[in-house]
Design a protein around this ligand. Structure first.
Ligand code: HEC
Length: 615
């Protein structure tokens, strides 16, 4: 046993002892979080409201007494259901603004979900009324239990330490999975089996609910010092080969996120072969490619680790943790700076692209008219070409409803802001001349158009329910430039004229989709319908006539079409099917089907470093 394992074993044993003490400890008290205190003694709540927002039930786990009134309130932009698999209750479709009430008349643990959005889950723990049953943890708040029993390994703010981070953005499995892990532990690791240590099912469900709740963004700090200290060299750059050690065309590589495998698959777009897999972090999310060299790529995972990747040897060379939950990144045209947008904490981080040293942490806080401070998640990061408009990064503030332009040529990275862009900003893309930034407002169902030079909102294009362009599509046809988005809320592609932002086509599809792509040398535009009832169709429409020329219908859940260098082939991931398919992008015939990939999702062509595919 080396010192580290000895130390960990020690910590584990200590914590186990304290958990046992906690489970044995009895005496009346009540939970501050879930229980409405009543005069005269502790008892579970008799009234409880669960808010449905951002595709989440909040609180995730509630503890109530029999006979309590539980009200669900849909404050989201989309319809949801409240559905008990065991048949205890069923709300039917709840439109935004609707409520649903259930009154449990017997004790038990009732799990439920939304039938429209897999992964949206909640738990109701019903205790007998009249305060006869002991409350979970004898009434200690679950936060306290976490601090005493879990924080030593999972971090005081659930940011991860010896154990993994326990925050919603990182927890990909369903509730039952986490229930089982907490109850049974992870054999072969230091993660204890809390069931055997005396925690009841109700207590374990409370912990599942706790790790499903968003950590208090106020409490989480991840500043320059934390980022710098996390820097880890994986391979010394002096050990790297001088030239590619694979046969792939360096200008025609496609990187595919293997969502659940902590890995990135790399394909050669010439030969349609899988060149290898690169170890990455959890749910590799955003990609950027060094515009000054074909060798370097960057990837950030949803657990906040930014990787610098060597595409010659197909491996990560260094990593640094920029946040606890991150999404997008962009690189400056001179290859000097990388910016990453975080969900947790509410920051954007600028780093030296070569050394991965942090240079600036930008706090993405905004203030409402009432003076309330909003810590805003960063929805999108983008880079503007200095040769076209200026040396800028753009970031979209999800809750803050602002787009910020950061001048990376100045030492203090000054920020210019566009306000009132829309509610719940999501992804966006630039016009080919980089003068306009189109960003989706998912609360307002529009694509806002921002003039990048003046940072004024010049238009709001009302496209339809929950626009979701992904990396977006722009193209030229009929002497006109067009842009397009799909929608996460309805089966439709909206096309507009970039010169006046007027909608020129609304193309119905069989259901909601997430990604749309085009290529200058291919006559079609490609869009998925991965949220449709039958989610296996890729729509192909003509750039000039907007007519659907073909629908590729294959596999289980194909998504994220991406074209090869010459625009002659299109790659499509089949997330549930565990294959990547390649089609001739003119005849739509399948030319390759490549397995040996696990849960493939986003596909990113290295040409994005030059942004000729529309960014
Ligand atoms: C002694 C250290 C330690 C303690 C204490 C501990 N954990 Fe863990 N936990 C781990 C480790 C290590 C893992 C990762 C195991 C693996 O490699 O899969 C883990 C994994 C987990 C996972 C699974 C995460 C995933 O994504 O698969 C959950 C959930 C979890 N722990 C919850 C808890 C809770 C709740 C507590 C407190 C009641 C707790 N842990 C206490 C070390 C610990």
């Amino acid at each position: 046993m080396n010192t580290l394992t000895k130390l960990l074993f020690g910590v584990g044993a200590l914590l186990i002892a304290s958990a046992l003490a906690l489970a044995w400890n009895s005496g009346p008290a009540h939970s501050a979080q879930d229980v409405t205190p009543t005069p005269g003694g502790p008892s579970p709540a008799t009234q409880m409201t669960v808010i449905i927002q951002d595709q989440t039930f909040t609180p995730h786990t509630i503890i109530v007494a029999t006979g309590a009134t539980i009200t669900w309130e849909n404050r989201d932009v989309a319809a949801h259901t409240v559905h008990s698999d065991a048949g205890w209750f069923e709300s039917g479709s709840l439109e935004p603004g609707d409520t649903f009430v259930w009154q449990p008349d017997q004790p038990g643990t009732f799990t439920y979900n939304c039938t429209i959005h897999p992964g949206m889950e909640g738990v109701i723990i019903v205790l007998p009324g009249g305060a006869v049953a002991p409350l979970p943890f004898d009434g200690q708040p679950v936060e306290q239990v976490y601090r005493d029993s879990c924080s030593g390994c999972h971090g005081p703010n659930r940011e991860g330490a010896t154990g993994v981070a326990l925050i919603p953005g990182r927890l990909a499995e369903n509730d039952e999975f986490y229930f089982n892990v907490i109850q049974g532990g992870v054999p072969g690791t230091v993660m204890p089996a809390w069931g055997a240590l005396g925690l009841s099912d109700e207590e374990i469900w409370s912990l599942v609910g706790y790790i499903r709740s968003e950590p208090d963004a106020e409490e989480i700090e991840w500043e320059m010092g934390d980022i710098a200290a996390s820097h880890t060299e994986l391979v010394p750059e002096s050990d790297l080969p001088d030239a590619p050690i694979h046969d792939g065309n360096m200008d025609n590589l496609l990187l595919v996120t293997e969502r659940e495998a902590r890995s990135i698959a790399v394909f050669d777009g010439d030969s349609h072969t899988l060149l290898g897999h690169i170890d990455a972090s959890y749910r590799a999310h955003g990609y950027a490619f060094d515009p000054t060299s074909d060798r370097w790529a960057y990837n950030v995972g949803r657990d906040g680790w930014l990787f610098k990747i060597d595409l010659y040897s197909l491996q990560g060379v260094a990593k640094v943790r920029v946040g606890l939950d991150s999404r997008g990144l962009a690189i400056s045209d001179d290859g000097q700076y990388v910016i990453v947008g975080n969900y947790i904490p509410a920051t954007a981080v600028i780093l030296d692209a070569q050394t991965l040293q942090p240079l600036q942490v930008i706090h993405t806080d905004t203030e409402t008219a009432e003076g309330e401070i909003i810590h805003s998640r960063v929805a999108i990061t983008s880079d503007v070409a200095p040769s076209l408009v200026g040396p800028y990064f753009l970031i979209g503030l999800k809750e803050g409803g602002e787009v910020w332009r950061i001048d990376y040529s100045q030492p203090d990275f000054p920020v210019e802001k566009a306000a009132d862009v829309g509610g719940i900003l999501h992804d966006g893309f630039l016009s080919p001349d980089n003068t306009r930034f189109y960003i989706a407002s998912q609360r307002n169902d529009w694509m806002a158009v921002i003039d990048v030079e003046s940072m004024a909102v010049v238009e709001r294009i009302e496209t339809g329910s929950t626009p979701h362009p992904g990396s977006g599509a722009t193209w030229e046809a009929n002497g006109t430039q067009y842009g397009a988005t799909v929608h996460a809320g309805e089966g439709k592609i909206t096309v507009w004229d970039l010169s006046d932002n007027a909608i020129v086509a609304e193309i119905p599809t069989s259901g909601p989709g997430l990604f749309i792509r085009a290529h200058p040398d291919n006559p079609y535009v490609w869009a998925d319908t991965m949220f449709a009832e039958q989610p296996n169709r890729i729509y192909v429409f003509d750039k000039e006539t907007f007519e659907v020329v073909h629908v590729i219908e294959e596999g289980i859940q194909p998504l994220h079409p991406e074209l090869t260098l010459d625009g002659e082939y299109v790659y499509v991931s089949d997330w549930q099917g565990n294959v990547v398919r390649v089609y001739d992008a003119l005849t739509f015939e399948k030319v390759a089907e490549i397995g040996d990939v696990i849960t493939p999702t986003g596909i990113f062509h290295v040409e994005r470093r030059l942004e000729t595919l529309g960014h």
